[in-house]
Design a protein around this ligand. Structure first.
Ligand SMILES: Cc1ncc(C[n+]2csc(CCOP(=O)(O)OP(=O)(O)O)c2C)c(N)n1
Ligand SMILES: [Mg+2]
Length: 678
């Protein structure tokens, strides 16, 4: 069915502050018609929800149109960046697409921008820099900061519009991002939509330090202002336009606390029984939409205003009709579309051609230098990675060689910095983020596992990120600097992961991870950084790190491992060959996600015996998945129950004696295998 043509008064989706002064009637007509479309669409969506045609929930934007519509109209949609909230249907309608696209999102049909993989208002339009929403409040703000910065790095004078509610303003991500934006001078207009409630919780139960949220700006060294978005919409638009202009001109962030309204409670099911008597009536009395319509009728005449309303209503009904006829979504393709497809290798120069003797940390440094030299879209960020060269000196010398815009220290704000990297990635940059220790990546769990990892599945956008996690124990660093987090992170769909055990594999893994259009975690065992040196050079077969490496041949058992345990496995295999005349077929997995197990399964078919060895904890550990996947097809051919060697189900203990008992060592591996062989 053809899409209904937009009424002529919706033909324009932009508004300049100069236009407001020059032709207030035209400006008001534009503002009113998008606000009215938004209001009636929100009301119609609520009806469809009540009829059971829309699932999930409906968090209407009734009362918020006078904020999100002017901002969306004022933005330069050819360069600016935005992430709308669950109150901003009006913003989505203005920013891009046909209103049917947005209705399709709510109806979760095959025309939905998220291909019906997300519901409600959890969509965006990444191709037009409207970054899609995840439910986690506050999480998108850093994405806006990153994409706006990416635009500036590309020479475009963009502004990022970062919306969040009074409730969302308590999240750590908001604080981290405002600090980061101030620190890096990012052109972000932070807009608090203060409707005085977070679900049922009033402001007084959200903050003890007064309720003037805009005053927080001073704490970040940025400008702040308060604005009543329920007043004259032309005045609101003028103030917001000035704020956008200021951010655009200065590239400094700014905080606007906009007082707005939530006219229909939190969501469709909310009865508002927590409101004081008369409170809702008070909200309705301040609704700016009827006042805007009255003013429009004064300026253009009642007949014109009536005609606009009638045309809008007919248009919306035509849109609803079209969207209701769109076929339901098809589950086909869901699994193949989890990841962004491989566009093929980057045109790497075959350098360095002469091998150098390097340890694993130096191999990574070489890889980073190669990427920064050959790929202008690359940048490296992390704590202390600048002058200091990183906690493990992996980034040594990079700042000096490539300069600050491309190599820079970040504050202790893993979540916002990862979100910022996601924003950069969504706009065409390719960030490589170093976590000081893998353990601190838990601070960015939402950004890594729910935002970046799900991005392609729900929005179709590629999110090419390399997350470098120095992991592993054996160094007496205790519970919070020694963990193996591969099972924790890689149990979430959408992430890829490589865990190299040799300097050459580390170099190769960095290139392979870098050119992948998905978030890839590089697990770097700290105990291997300065272990043995080995020759490292350009390897045309660098992509082989996505496949397991056959370390040693044997026919008594198939031994699968990765990371530092590869070295332990090699020694153990040698011992059993010497002492027991038992040869093990040893495999270093290298890629932990996606798992490529065909060659190992063939080996198991031959040997009939499986040993899985890893450093992380046993329960819900990575070995459980390996044993299941490797044996489920060859179960009948097994000659013995699989042997799983892993760490104890404990926090990583500190003292060397305790840590040795906690994680597999050569001695424990030999003991366990010897007992198993019988
Ligand atoms: C991090 C997080 N915690 C809890 C929720 C559940 N939740 C959804 S909306 C909401 C209230 C949000 O209030 P506010 O930020 O003021 O936005 P408003 O709904 O008022 O526009 C809550 C608690 C969430 N989405 N994200
Ligand atoms: Mg609120």
């Amino acid at each position: 069915m053809a899409l209904p043509q937009l009424p002529s008064f919706l033909a324009t989706r932009s508004l300049g502050t100069d236009e407001i002064g020059r032709d207030p009637a035209a400006a008001l007509l534009r503002l009113y018609s998008w606000m009215q479309l938004s209001r009636s669409a929100d009301n119609r969506i609520l009806e469809l929800f009540r009829q059971g045609l829309i699932k999930g929930t409906v968090t209407g934007g009734q009362g918020n149109e006078s904020l999100c519509v002017p901002l969306a109209l004022l933005a330069d949609k050819s360069i600016d960046v935005v992430s709308f909230t669950h109150r901003d249907l009006g913003g989505h309608l203005v920013w891009s697409g046909h209103p049917c696209d947005h209705l399709n999102q709510y109806l979760a049909n095959s025309g939905s921008p998220t291909r019906a993989r997300e519901g409600n208002i959890h969509h965006g339009d990444p191709a037009h820099r409207s970054l899609p929403m995840i439910s986690h409040l506050g999480a998108m703000i850093s994405n806006v900061a990153g994409a706006a910065d990416s635009q500036r790095r590309l020479g475009r004078p963009a502004v990022g519009l970062a919306f969040f509610g009074d409730g969302g303003s308590s999240t750590g991500d908001i604080h981290e991002t405002m600090n980061l934006a101030s620190l890096l001078s990012l052109p972000v207009l932070f807009v608090i939509q203060n409707n005085r409630y977070a679900y049922s919780t009033p402001l007084a139960e959200q903050y003890a330090a007064g309720t003037e949220l805009w005053r927080r700006a001073a704490g970040y060294g940025i400008e702040g202002m308060s604005l009543d978005a329920t007043g004259d919409v032309l005045a609101t638009a003028r103030a917001l336009g000035d704020a956008i202009d200021r951010v655009r001109a200065t590239s400094r962030p700014m905080l606007v606390e906009a007082h707005t309204l939530r006219l229909r409670g939190h969501a469709a099911y909310d009865t508002g029984d927590y409101l004081a008597p008369g409170e809702n009536e008070g909200f309705l009395a301040r609704d700016p939409l009827p006042a805007t319509r009255r003013k429009l009728a004064e300026l253009l005449g009642k007949e014109r205003a009536d005609a606009v309303d009638a045309e809008l209503a007919a248009f919306l009904e035509a849109c609803v009709k079209v969207s209701l006829a769109v076929p339901r979504p098809d589950p086909a393709g869901m699994e193949t579309e989890l990841h962004a497809p491989d566009p093929g290798p980057l045109p790497w120069r075959p350098e360095p051609s002469a091998p150098a003797q390097l340890n694993l940390a130096q191999a990574l440094n070489l890889g980073l230098r190669k990427i920064l030299t050959e790929r202008p879209e690359s940048l490296v960020l992390g704590q202390d990675i600048g002058t200091y060269g990183g906690a493990f000196k992996v980034t040594e010398g990079l700042l000096k060689e490539f300069g600050r815009p491309r190599v820079f220290n970040t504050p202790l704000a893993e979540s916002a910095c990862t979100g910022y990297a996601i924003g950069l990635a969504l706009n065409g940059h390719r960030p490589i983020e170093e976590f000081q220790f893998a353990d601190f990546a838990t601070e960015a769990t939402t950004q890594i596992t729910l935002n970046a990892a799900t991005m392609h599945f729900r929005s179709g956008a590629a999110c090419p990120l390399v997350l470098r996690l120095p992991c592993g124990g054996g160094l007496t660093f205790g519970s919070f600097h020694s963990q193996e987090l591969e099972a924790f992170f890689l149990s979430m769909p959408g992430l890829k992961g490589i865990y190299p055990s040799t300097p050459q594999d580390a170099f190769n893994a960095l290139l392979a991870a870098y050119e992948d259009p998905n978030p890839v975690i590089l697990f770097e065992h700290k105990g291997l950084y300065r272990r043995a040196k080995a020759p490292v050079a350009w390897d045309p077969a660098y992509r082989s790190v996505w496949q397991p490496r056959h370390v040693r041949a044997g026919d008594r058992a198939t031994l699968v491992t990765y990371g530092e345990m590869t070295l332990v496995a090699e020694e153990a295999a040698k011992y059993f060959e010497d002492e027991y005349d038992a040869g093990f077929d040893v495999w270093d997995l290298r890629a932990l996600a996606p798992l490529r197990l065909d060659a190992i399964r063939d080996s198991l078919r031959r040997t009939g015996r499986l040993i899985v060895l890893h450093e992380g904890r046993r329960t819900h550990g990575f070995g459980a998945e390996l044993v299941a996947r490797l044996t489920e097809e060859v179960f009948a051919e097994l000659k013995a129950p699989p042997l799983r060697i892993a760490a104890l189900d404990l926090p990583v203990p500190f003292a060397p004696e305790l840590e040795r008992a906690y994680r597999p060592t050569l001695e424990t591996v030999i003991d366990r295998v010897a007992a198993w062989l019988g």
